[in-house]
Design a binder for this molecule. Sequence first.
Ligand code: DLL
Length: 432
Amino acid sequence: MIYNAKSETMPREELLQLQIERLQSTLNRVYRNVAFYRESFDAAKIDIGRIRSVDDMKRLPFTTKEDLRKSYPYNMFAVPLRDIVRIHSTAGRTGRPIAIGYTMNDIHHWSDIVARVLAGAGVTDHDFAQIAFDYNMFTGGFGLHYGAEKLGSSVIPSSQTGNVRQQIHIMKDYKTTVLLSTPSYAFRIARNLREMGIHPDELNLKTGLFGAEPWSEAKRARIEEELHLRAFSIYGVNEMMGPGVSGECAHRNGLHINEDHFIVEIVDPVTAEPLPRGAEGELVITTITREGFPLIRYRTGDLSSIMDGPCPCGRTTARMERVAARADDMVVVNGINIFPSRMGELLGGATGLELLFRIVIDEERGEDVLTIEVEVQPAMFDADIKKLKSLEHAITTAIEHELGLVARLAFVEKLAIETGADGRAKLVVDRR
Ligand code: DLL
């Protein structure tokens, strides 16, 4: 179902016109009300009156996470604090957090775009939607909650709790039809179901909406198999309100972007030069309806590409390719860009196994040397040397074919993977 047909099926020319009008009023508002933007536009000698097309936007300076941290807590807010009705924040595992403010209009818009994304995945007012995202300063729980309520679903705010069995009891007792969570939490639910001896058919799940972290097609297939539901990706970023930026429709060929609220661009992650539509690069988003916390050309750090052209679902909005990697995870080896998440997919594809691995880069005589350390789990190989050899061959050949790089393989008994300051596993060790 298309929740907001007027916005989601608007003819392209009309949408572009609406975007530019909304952009102009946003630029006026931030120039008037946010010192950061006034100073950065003045420094770049930008006359906002002359930004008359989406193409002109390329002249505007970017906004980065660091800019938002420096403005903590309220310096980026574009309205008086009495007009703010909600504050969320990013966790701030590294450095200062970021505070995100919403006016009542922002909350209405946010609920509307989340309702669209849910409806796009087939959720209706007949559904029982269990929201297993945190309800706290993070935007996941509350954002999805308001959207699901607006759609008319029966919302079960179970939150992401450590007590997964309790989550499953709720799911069973209330006959939950839609699960919303991170993909990794969906795996935890699946594992606990197995341990509890509950067959997924004993549940009523039919749809899952997953997001807040990158996940692969292979993971999608496994979640669908283990939970007996159809899985959809929902994308969002706290600084961009939260969930609701984009989501998959029934065709699951890219995520429809709510372009009447966000203008998306793709830039080269290294040089920040704009890239043509269709090329892969870093996703840059400008908000065009937000009152509390408008952001101009915000660098998300996510790698994606934009797909134009009609979708059989009838929506006219552009779609973004699934985010498979983050720009800041990229390492360059002998001039070739490598992303740990892509490497994981490549290894999985080549071997059919879910391997624990680490990418190690050394320098020998001016050349970069790539080594993939793979943990050998005894159950996988029965210490059979022939099996290890064929595994090594499969991996190095796949890397050579896909990336054009010669890689060494090192089997290790136990991989001690460290956690970075941001709380994520450090899958790259760069010794150059
Ligand atoms: O994760 C907001 C959200 C909540 C999205 C619930 C979806 C559902 P942050 O904590 O700021 O906000 O994390 C945003 O997570 O830059 C991506 O790297 C990643 N991400 C979010 N959704 C997806 C997705 C929320 N569907 C960061 N696929 C983003 C891949 C995703 N990555």
